[in-house]
Design a protein around this ligand. Structure first.
Ligand SMILES: Cc1cc2nc3c(=O)[nH]c(=O)nc-3n(C[C@H](O)[C@H](O)[C@H](O)COP(=O)(O)OP(=O)(O)OC[C@H]3O[C@@H](n4cnc5c(N)ncnc54)[C@H](O)[C@@H]3O)c2cc1C
Length: 470
C-alpha cells in the first residue's frame, strides 16, 4: 500500500468521444486485474478514512482496497457487499468526485484512489467467478412484508428483509423493476443488463415481484402484510410556466429518457417512432443543470441531434450535476450556455425558438447558496425545434394516491417519517428513498432502504414476541 507517491492515478480507459457518441454502450472499459491491484495499492490506509466517512453507506473502502491489492478478491467482494446491496451499480454511477474520491486524503496533490472503478472491478469479478449467489439458507419468519416501489430503496430493503427470513412482496406500477435505474438513467452510464442481472438474483432468492401493479389504496396491502414500506420515489416534474410552454416539441426530461431507455430495451415506443421523443436531426435545447439534464443532453447527442445546447441559469461552479458528466457532455459536443434561462417559447404549432434571458448570481444567502436574478434588458433568441425540460422533481400527492388522508407530509410534500423508526404517520407503514429525502442519489436510496428494513424487522419481531408473551 501507500504507493501513491510513485504510482500515478489512472482511471480505466474511456472510449473517445467520437466513438462513444455512436451508441448507448457504457463508456468506461473495465480495469484489468493488474491495473486494479496497482491502483488499489495507492491507498494510504490513513488513520481516519474520509472516503468511508463520506460514503453514505460507510463502505469499508480502505479494507477492500487492501484486499484487492493483495489479490484476495473474494474477500474484497464479501466486504464490499456487506454494506452495499448493489456495489456494481454504485461503482458505475455514484458521483465519487463528490463522495469517497473527493474526500480521499491523497486527493490533494496526488489524485485520489480510483475507488469507484475498483469497486466495479471487484463486483464484476465476483459475478464472473460465481461468488454472487441468490439469498439462500434462511429460516422463514412467517411474516409477510409489502414494498411499494422497486427502485434502489425498495430493492435494498427487500434484500435485507428477505435475508431475515420474511416473505417479501415488491409491487411496482411499472412493467420492469429498478425504478430510475431502469427507465431514468441511460445505458451509457448503467447498462440495463446490470440491473436485470441483480433483479434476477433477488427473484431467485425468493422475493416476489408484482409488476404492472399500481397501488392506489394502501389498505389493500395493509390486510396482507405485517409491515409496508413506501419507496415510490418522486415523479412530479417541475414546470416553467412561461409564454407558450404548451407548444409542440417541448417535452419532459424523464418522459424523454424513459422513451429512449425503452427503445434500447427493444420495446415498441410510439412517441419515439413518431419523432416526438426522438432528437434525431433536431436543434435541441435542454433546460436544467442536474443529473437529468446531463443524461438528456448526452442521449440527444447519441440520437443524432443536429445541435445540443444546455441552458442553465447558474454558472458551472453552481451546477448540481456531476462535474464528470459535464466534462463527458462537453467532450461529446454539447454546448453549455451558463447563467441563462428561458423567458418565452415561440413558434406556430411547435416550438422554433426560445427567447433566452441572461441571469446573474447574487451574493451568498444564509444557506451559502447564491440566488439568480435576470439581467435587465439582456435577452437573445436561440433556434430550437425540441426543448427538453429537466427542472427537477417533486413528490406526487401521496395521501390522495394511496387514499390515506392521514399520511403526514413535510412542507416539501415528501413523507414525514420518524427518523429513528422510519415509520410514517400510519402505524406499520414505513418509507425510504427519494419519497422521504426528495430527489437525491442512488447510494442514499440504498442506505435508507437498508436502514428502514432493519427498523421494520426490529418492530415486527418485537410485535411477534409481544404476541407470544400474551
Ligand atoms: C435521469 C436521472 C438520472 C440520475 N442519475 C443518477 C446518477 O447518475 N447517480 C445517482 O446516484 N443518482 C442518480 N439519479 C437519482 C436516483 O436515480 C434516485 O435518487 C434513486 O433512483 C431513488 O431511488 P428510489 O428507490 O427512492 O426511487 P425510484 O428509483 O424512483 O423508484 C420508485 C419506484 O416506485 C414505483 N412507484 C411509484 N408509485 C407507485 C405506486 N403507486 N404503485 C406502485 N409502484 C409505484 C415507480 O414505478 C418506481 O419504480 C438520477 C435520477 C434521474 C431522474
Amino acid at each position: 500500500m501507500l504507493k501513491f507517491t510513485d504510482t500515478e492515478q489512472h482511471y480505466p480507459d474511456v472510449k473517445a468521444a467520437a466513438k462513444r457518441k455512436k451508441d448507448f454502450d457504457e463508456i468506461y472499459a473495465p480495469f484489468d486485474p493488474a491495473e486494479a491491484a496497482v491502483q488499489a495499492e495507492r491507498c494510504s490506509q490513513c488513520g481516519i478514512p474520509f472516503c468511508q466517512i463520506h460514503c453514505p453507506l460507510q463502505n469499508n473502502i480502505p479494507d477492500w482496497l487492501k484486499l484487492t491489492a493483495e489479490g484476495r478478491l473474494e474477500e474484497a467482494y464479501a466486504m464490499s457487499s456487506a454494506t452495499n446491496t448493489f456495489p456494481e451499480i454504485c461503482g458505475r454511477i455514484c458521483p465519487q468526485d463528490r463522495l469517497c474520491e473527493g474526500n480521499c486524503v491523497i486527493e490533494k496533490g496526488f489524485g485520489s484512489v480510483t475507488i469507484g472503478s475498483v469497486e466495479k472491478y471487484i463486483t464484476e469479478t465476483a459475478f464472473a467467478s460465481g461468488w454472487v449467489k441468490p439469498i439462500g439458507g434462511i429460516s422463514e419468519s412467517g411474516l409477510s412484508v409489502g414494498i411499494i416501489g422497486s427502485g434502489p430503496a425498495g430493492l435494498a430493503a427487500a434484500d435485507i428483509l428477505r435475508r431475515k427470513g420474511h416473505d417479501v412482496h415488491v409491487y411496482d406500477r411499472s412493467d420492469r423493476a429498478g425504478g430510475l435505474l431502469m427507465y431514468g438513467i441511460p445505458n451509457f452510464k448503467l447498462e440495463k443488463e446490470v440491473v436485470l442481472r441483480r433483479y434476477k438474483l433477488l427473484k431467485d432468492g425468493g422475493i416476489h415481484f408484482h409488476l404492472n401493479k399500481d397501488i392506489t389504496d394502501w389498505a389493500e396491502l395493509h390486510e396482507k402484510h405485517a409491515a409496508i414500506l413506501i419507496a415510490t420515489g418522486v415523479y412530479k416534474s417541475r414546470e416553467i410556466e412561461i409564454p407558450d410552454y404548451s407548444l409542440g416539441g417541448i417535452v419532459q426530461g424523464l418522459t424523454y429518457l424513459t422513451a429512449s431507455n425503452r427503445k434500447g430495451l427493444g420495446d415498441k415506443v410510439g412517441e419515439f417512432d413518431s419523432g416526438v421523443m426522438n432528437a434525431e436531426g433536431k436543434e435541441v435545447v435542454i433546460i436544467g443543470g442536474g443529473d437529468t439534464a446531463m443524461d438528456c443532453v448526452r442521449t440527444a447527442v447519441r440520437q443524432g441531434a443536429k445541435k445540443v445546447t444546455c441552458l442553465y441559469r447558474r454558472d458551472r461552479a453552481n451546477m448540481p450535476g456531476s462535474a464528470r458528466e459535464v466534462k463527458n457532455a462537453e467532450e461529446e459536443g454539447v454546448q453549455f450556455v451558463w447563467l441563462c434561462a428561458p423567458k418565452a417559447f415561440a413558434g406556430k404549432k411547435a416550438v422554433s425558438q426560445i427567447l433566452v434571458q441572461r441571469m446573474r448570481l447574487t451574493t451568498h444567502d444564509m444557506s451559502g447558496r447564491q440566488s439568480v436574478v435576470p439581467v435587465d434588458g439582456e435577452t437573445f433568441p436561440l433556434a430550437c425545434d425540441m426543448a427538453i425540460k429537466a427542472l427537477g422533481f417533486d413528490a406526487e400527492d401521496l395521501p390522495t394516491m394511496f387514499n390515506a388522508p392521514e399520511l403526514k407530509l413535510t412542507k416539501y410534500g415528501t413523507l414525514d417519517i420518524d427518523s429513528k423508526t422510519f415509520m410514517t404517520s400510519l402505524p406499520g407503514v414505513y418509507a425510504a428513498g427519494d419519497i422521504v429525502r426528495g430527489a437525491s442519489l442512488v447510494v442514499w436510496a440504498i442506505r435508507d432502504g437498508r436502514d428502514a428494513a432493519e427498523a421494520m424487522h426490529a418492530h415486527m419481531m418485537a410485535a411477534q414476541r409481544g404476541k407470544k408473551a400474551a
